[in-house]
Design a protein around this ligand. Structure first.
Ligand SMILES: *Cc1c(COP(=O)(O)O)cnc(C)c1O
Length: 396
């Protein structure tokens, strides 16, 4: 057997902090490593494998499309692209779709759309207000949008036109708004920045302010979209209709695709303004159609609400038995728990040993984002494995 970890060290750019596990196969909520050891995957490719690993509906759609047509450029009409656009538009408050290849790229499109709106309807305004502890991606402009110094420090000069303000604080947005402001871009629940759930009023207040000031309200639903919070889109949890949203992670069920959806009034991008070679190709759109269609048809969102409650309840029970857990938070199947010390790495490796994959969110916090299709038995088994890991932690 090749030594894959040595190969990674030798040939791959050393940008990822990887756990010492080579995953070779997945089925549902489970994955297996080279040695055949089984794990419950509560990371789901970073909230990507919405239907679990290798779901038959997704596998079949990819296989069929791969044998029919993989890529045409946007010089021509593409049926899977149009079917996916229709499905997303008809099940959301938005009117049109554009497809990209990742979350960051979808967000880049959203900012272009906002600047075009500012240029057309707000005297050339171009500034976008985003939140501290947000995460919008790794491109140069999204680094500026992402309100976390650790992602920005090394890349100055940052793209101008982004202002980062405290999250869940409407007054901060009001104070940052000026004649140059064209949009506010927020996550409905902050994912990578800590699994931060805002107060129930926050997005409504943002909506009112954007209406009052003629600003584009963009929600980055790259992580929260497609059922993750227990509704098809995260905005539905907060009783607001955004002007534009972006999607990616869970959209393709594991196949890379991003989307920008917007209300008609904001769809001002014209031929030549924006585009993509791969964006909206037949293969990824067929995969995303199969994923979203499955989520809608089987009311997976309701399942997420039930499984999310079960998991959160279980985590709170663990908290009552293990002092090391100091807080449990999140919504739907986007959850996190905080530890009373910077011991995430130890907890993650003990979980690995016990057959549970978790995401180290912070030195003192872990994130859980299992497949949306996780079963009650798998929730309980995951909690059992987590508890075993926590007990070993106290024992050692
Ligand atoms: C992951 C993420 C992104 C970036 O997506 P990529 O596909 O990695 O470019 C953007 N926004 C949010 C909210 C995310 O969680």
């Amino acid at each position: 057997m090749a030594n894959w970890m040595e190969m990674e060290h030798r040939y791959y750019m050393q940008v990822s902090r990887r756990q010492p596990i080579v995953i070779v196969r997945g089925q549902g909520t489970r994955v297996w490593d080279e040695a055949g050891k089984e794990y419950l995957d509560f990371t789901a490719g970073w909230a990507v494998n919405s239907l679990g690993h290798c779901h038959p509906a997704l596998v079949q759609a990819v296989q069929e499309q791969a044998g029919t047509l993989i890529q045409t450029s946007n010089q021509f009409y593409s049926i899977p692209q149009l079917k996916l656009a229709q499905l997303l538009v008809e099940n959301s408050c938005l009117d049109r779709a554009f497809f990209a290849n990742s979350g960051a790229e979808a967000n880049e499109g959203a900012v272009k759309l906002a600047r075009k709106y500012g240029r057309t309807h707000r005297n050339g305004a171009y500034q976008v207000i985003t939140a501290l502890n947000s995460f919008h991606g790794r491109t140069m402009s999204m680094v500026a949008a992402t309100g976390q110094p650790r992602y920005q420090e090394q890349w100055h000069p940052l793209t101008p036109g982004f202002v980062n303000v405290p999250y869940d604080d409407i007054n901060a947005i009001k104070q940052a708004t000026n004649v140059e402001t064209c949009a506010v871009m927020l996550e409905p629940v902050q994912g990578e920045g800590g699994v931060n759930v805002p107060s129930p009023r926050y997005l409504k207040q943002v909506r009112e302010w954007c209406d009052e000031q003629n600003l584009v309200m963009i929600l980055d639903e790259v992580q929260t979209g497609i059922g993750r919070l227990g509704t098809l889109f995260g905005y539905q949890q907060f009783g607001v209709e955004p002007d534009a949203i972006t999607l990616a992670k869970g959209l393709g069920g594991g196949v890379p695709i991003g989307a920008l959806l917007a209300k008609e009034k904001f769809c001002l991008l014209a031929p030549g303004d924006h585009g993509s070679t791969f964006g909206g190709n037949a293969l990824t759109c067929a995969a995303a159609f199969a994923t979203v269609d499955y989520v809608i048809r089987n009311d997976i969102s309701a399942h997420v609400r039930a499984m999310g409650q079960r998991l959160q309840k279980g985590l709170n029970a663990l908290k009552s038995r293990h002092q090391i857990i100091t807080q449990v938070r999140g919504m739907g199947l986007l959850l996190a728990f905080e530890l009373g010390g910077d011991i995430s790495p130890q907890v993650v490796s003990l979980c690995n040993e016990n057959g549970l994959l978790l995401n180290p969110l912070r030195p003192n916090a872990l994130r859980l984002m299992p497949p949306l299709t996780i079963t009650p038995q798998e929730v309980d088994l995951g909690l059992e494995r987590l508890e075993r890991a926590l007990s070993q932690l106290t024992a050692s």
